[in-house]
Design a binder for this molecule. Structure first.
Ligand code: NAD
Length: 490
């Protein structure tokens, strides 16, 4: 750590801090990493401070120092700050959207119209929920019993590079509302919006040390954060591989952790479905270039309607426009990073070599950028790698099924279980298949509709624990039972 703040980077007219935010002030590291724009990889946005063990230790120390005061404010006192922060986010939509678009390449219009606003809603909703908590009370065995929530203590939150602002706010808001102080580490491929969030938290008057943001590589500063024995909660979103090593660190310190991980969701289309709606939704899985954990990437279609489905799916896919994410006509953005593009290419090349059939796409769309064509693959078998592993790019598989039991069997045939999508016109079938699909969220005749109060998480290697609504507040609390002998207090 070198201490003093380095000059801010001027990005699209906004001065963005490239340093950590610890204990209410900016702190630089001597080492840096580059933030580049996926829209034009030759464009370096900033050299960002790369944290290390010392930075992690300082951030956790700041969070510990602020913990008691923040907890003592109570839900209402904390809510004042969180609502002020939400208002500031709403007032900064344009800046946040532009920086996020340059940093991560999510579509600018969608950031402006919905994604950033969701960040503000996260803070308001959790402020409301924490305030409305009512203790469970009952009498038994001659005692009055009450269940209380105690803030658990400093929480470490580690987020991935896709949807960085939305995911950071979705995880930071419940931690703060529950009374915990936070150290947030965003992903090194999209670090900038978290830095803006720190500025807004500062402006909202959050006391020093309540929210700290450290930048840097996962294996360095991230690993040091999760190994720190002063940390009382770890909330992680990312890949199963990283979750394993974070889980080991959490186990060593007996710290509860939640893991929201990858997916390989089925999108099942029965013969009684609205085929047009199903095909439109299926082609919509290419949005954000498929870099969406919840995406229904395995298309499972009833044999009898497969041809019609495919025609309609192709028509919608042909209408996609690959381009600059700032252009309102663009529907498919570039991938986040050359390494990720190479990873996606590797999946498709291995699928070809293994005998899977590439039905459309299967290549970069232009040599000078990070775009990959919307790709559809018919696997040689259900055990093909392309069916069994998350690609996290614009690559879908297409399989057909003969009947409902086969559809369910295929749907549940991977190690993941984050989401599932079912298209059917039958209420009874919706009920049966909705129950039978093993996933944290199942959508019937819709996709991506989210309610903040609903539990969110995955089965199998898609995750551990649940966040969302009261589930997140419970996770960030130590639940305590107080029993008072009846008739012994006034
Ligand atoms: P990743 O696991 O590589 O990295 C996620 C974060 O963990 C980053 O901030 C990284 O720096 C950090 N990290 C890496 N190694 C670490 C370590 N040893 N200790 C502590 N932190 C470490 O994931 P990614 O590539 O950034 O994100 C893509 C993955 O995230 C996909 O699998 C995707 O499905 C998943 N994801 C899941 C959800 C969900 O809600 N279930 C949402 C978005 C993304």
């Amino acid at each position: 750590m070198s201490g003093s703040e380095r000059p801010r980077a001027m990005i699209a007219g906004t001065a963005v801090s490239v340093d950590h935010y610890i204990g209410g002030r900016r702190v630089a590291s001597p080492g840096t990493f580059e933030a580049r724009s996926p829209l034009d990889w030759s464009l370096k946005l900033a050299d960002v401070s790369a944290g290390d063990g010392a930075v992690a230790g300082a951030a956790v120390a700041a969070a510990c120092e602020a913990a008691e005061g923040w907890a003592a404010r109570g839900a209402a006192g904390r809510g004042v700050h969180l609502r002020r922060l939400a208002d500031l986010i709403d007032g900064s939509v344009e800046v946040l959207a532009e920086i996020e678009c340059l940093d991560m390449a999510m579509l600018l219009e969608s950031l402006r119209r919905r994604v950033i606003a969701r960040g503000a809603r996260n803070f308001r909703a959790y402020a409301d929920l924490a305030e409305s908590y009512s203790e469970r009370t009952w009498a038994s065995n001659g005692t009055d019993n009450r269940v209380q929530r105690m803030p658990a203590g400093p929480a470490v939150i580690i987020t991935p590079w896709n949807a960085p602002f939305m995911l950071a706010t979705w995880k930071v808001a419940p931690a703060l509302a529950a009374g915990n102080t936070v150290v947030l580490k965003p992903a090194e491929w999209s670090p900038l919006s978290a830095s803006l969030l720190a500025d807004l938290a500062h402006e909202a008057g959050l006391p020093a040390g309540v929210l700290n943001v450290v930048q840097g590589r996962g294996a360095e500063v991230g690993a040091a954060l999760v190994a720190d024995e002063r940390v009382r909660r770890i909330s992680f979103t990312g890949s199963p591989e990283t979750a394993r090593s974070i889980g080991a660190a959490a186990a060593a310190n007996i710290v509860p952790f939640t893991a929201e991980l990858g997916g390989k969701g089925p999108l099942i289309v029965f013969e009684d479905a609205d085929i047009e709606a199903a095909a439109r939704t299926a082609a919509g899985q290419f949005d954000d270039s498929g870099q969406v954990c919840l995406a229904g990437t395995r298309l499972l279609v009833a044999e009898g309607i497969a041809e019609e489905f495919r025609q309609r799916f192709d028509a919608h896919t042909n209408a996609h426009v690959l381009g600059d994410s700032r252009d309102p006509a663009t529907t498919i953005s570039p991938l986040i990073h050359p390494e990720h593009l190479a990873r996606v290419e590797g999946f498709v090349e291995r699928a070809r070599r293994a005998g899977d059939t590439v039905l459309r796409g299967g290549r970069r769309s232009r040599p000078d950028g990070l775009w990959y064509e919307p790709t559809l693959i018919r696997p040689a078998g259900n055990d093909s790698e392309i069916v069994q592993r998350e690609v996290f790019g614009p690559v879908l598989t297409l399989q057909t099924f003969a009947d409902e039991p086969e559809a369910v069997r295929l749907a549940n045939s991977t190690r993941y279980g984050l989401s599932g999508v079912v298209f059917t016109g039958s209420g009874a079938r919706a009920e049966r298949v909705g129950q039978a699909v093993r996933a944290g969220t199942v959508w019937v005749n819709c996709f991506g509709v989210r309610d903040l109060a609903a539990p969110f998480g995955g089965c199998g290697i898609s995750g551990l624990g649940r966040e969302g609504g009261d589930y997140a507040l419970d996770f960030h609390s130590d639940l305590k039972t107080v029993q008072v002998r009846q008739g012994t207090t006034g």
